[in-house]
Write a protein that binds this ligand. Structure first.
Ligand SMILES: Cc1ncc(COP(=O)(O)O)c(C=O)c1O
Length: 294
């Protein structure tokens, strides 16, 4: 929007929580420039389908890979941009690795790389042929420079990324087992297809009866368990209203996901005993919810 673009919101696949490629294609108009899939929770979106659509309809693909550092599909790491023009990572403190704040843009396109480098540095372009001091501000930009200190922090953690993701995978697998007895009430997060590596940034469960979510959230928070809701649907935010965001009720899969979902704690260092406690508080909270909603 800050570059004059108008977002078109499209619904998710109700099984994966990721963008529905058919819905994305249906939203493409002659004015469309780019499709922006999020790899929600760390599960790679269906880039095969999106890349095929993008090629046929002549639009670019920009991956919002904020959740998916360390994820891969077959031999292709998310961020390798094998099927997109660009991918972004976030290094916010809750992410797989952190630089405090900040992130990274990845692309295999030299021209795009140069434009991003210029933008992050106030639109400054240097012309050494006219003197090593000489530069011009050729376009609007920003100060989006990550400090060297922050980069050092991130690079040190990058060495342990595989271990961190493996630990998250172990935590997710343990939750999957601990949740087996809750099949009447709880839908577990989607499993990655064979050959796909999930980054498990989030472990999102959904309640078969969404009306219990509020009570369960309240009870688990009261017991000191840091559950969260991901996310309030983007098209509900007032900032998008002047840009033609669709009204509430118009993206049914997205809204159903929001109403039913709860993210359980997942982070390196979370022990199996912690997880047993999370699930026992979940059990108690579901019992309280069923009494309150009688
Ligand atoms: C899916 C997604 N995209 C983008 C962002 C923005 O990342 P940042 O705050 O590092 O700019 C976030 C932040 O959590 C996110 O979850």
């Amino acid at each position: 929007m800050s570059v004059g673009a108008k977002p078109a919101f499209v619904d998710i696949d109700p099984e994966t929580g990721n963008i529905d490629p058919a819905a994305a294609e249906a939203a493409i108009t002659p004015g469309t420039r780019v499709v922006i899939p999020v790899h929600f929770a760390g599960l790679p979106a269906n880039l095969d389908a999106l890349a095929e659509i993008a090629k046929r309809r002549q639009v670019a693909v920009l991956e919002d890979a904020a959740h998916a550092l360390g994820a891969s599909v077959g031999d292709e790491k998310v961020g390798g941009c094998a099927k997109s023009q660009m991918a972004i990572f976030s290094f916010h403190p809750v992410k797989a690795i952190t630089t405090g704040e900040g992130g990274a843009v990845l692309t295999n396109d030299d021209h795009l790389a140069e434009r991003v480098r210029t933008w992050r540095n106030h639109g400054i372009k240097r012309y050494p042929a006219q003197g090593s001091w000489y530069y011009e501000i050729e376009s609007l930009g920003s100060n989006a420079r990550l400090t060297d200190f922050a980069c050092a922090l991130g690079r040190a953690q990058l060495k342990t990324l595989d271990v961190r993701i493996s630990e998250r995978q172990g935590i997710a697998a343990a939750y999957d087992r601990l949740l087996d007895p809750f099949a009447d009430h709880v839908i577990k997060p989607p499993k990655p297809p064979d050959g796909t590596r999930h980054a498990w940034h989030l472990y999102v469960i959904r309640f078969k009866d969404p009306s219990v979510r509020e009570v369960v959230y309240r009870e688990m928070q009261a017991a000191g368990i840091g559950v969260q809701v991901h996310y309030v649907p983007a098209h509900w935010h007032p900032v998008f209203k002047p840009f033609g965001a669709p009204p509430r009720g118009s993206l049914s899969n997205t809204e159903a996901w929001y109403e039913a979902s709860l993210s359980l704690p997942i982070y390196p260092g979370l022990t199996y005993d912690d997880q047993v406690r999370v699930i026992s508080v979940l059990k108690r909270s579901l019992e309280i919810a069923s009494q309150e909603t009688l």
